[in-house]
Design a protein around this ligand. Sequence first.
Ligand code: PMV
Length: 319
Amino acid sequence: MEPHVGVGQTVAKIILFGEHSVVYGHPAIAMPLPTLRMTARAVPTDGPSTLTGLGWSGPLAQAPARFASIARAASVAASFAGHPDAGLNISTDAEFPPERGLGSSAAAAGAVIRAVLDAFDTPATREEIFSLTQEAETVAHGRPSGLDAVATSADAPVHFQAGVVTALDVVPDAWIIIADSGVEGSTRETVAHVRHRYDTDRAATTAALDRLGEITGEVVTALRARDAAAVGRRATEAHRLLAGLGVSNEQLDTLVAAAVRAGALGAKLTGGGRGGCVIALASSQKDAVRVEEAMLGAGASATWVHAPEPGQMAGEVAR
Ligand code: PMV
């Protein structure tokens, strides 16, 4: 078949529990956000490859360093499809911001890979697409854990431990409000900071990481019991522990406090920290709106609301 316009889609993700402690072998839970989509298009061309999207447009070969994983995604997918030298006009369209711990980089790589495979009518299994995405992400992020690559193309929450990914058969029985602090997170920096603490203050750091690991385990049990209040309490406790490890900042602490004051079941930073997003849990849509408004009032630059059941409500709460 002739090559044609290929389309690929992935979604944003949040880490519900387990950031940082996952680096030390503890479990983590990540969740896809199906209402925040990343769509890529790939059109084979006789000319050189181009990229349009994520705030940039031009020849792919001249794209700034932050697009390294997209360039690599296009090339590994074209090779997989048997067209290693193909020119491709690639465009991406994101419904969520980059650099906020929402998985933009892995989502873009995954969407571009799917679009290129689609353009050449090349079938691939989920595992093959995952390993192509990891190849692309390795260029951009050194040694990615794989959590983002899995979660941005999952259709249910995933449990992740020591490189082993399992689908969780439960979803939180709560509304989840995601609030953007408006500040870029710095995962590389915070991971290095925790490592330094671990090396210089082993006992206290290990105790905090161990408790974070335990919390993730307790959350799996609470999710199965549909005990959203217990999940919420663990979120606030996890935030306190993460702040104690030095990976929060004033904006994130302010957003968490505002959410809790407004009646959230609990709230925490999500992802690497020192920027990025906060997640809060609420037991009803009415509470979710109140929590969302409180976080906007406390300085959030954007918010999104995830309903417990799909289709209950898409995207942002109307204000
Ligand atoms: O900022 P994000 O969403 O990429 O999450 C980072 C999660 C960490 O546990 C801090 C690091 C990691 O590689 O797992």
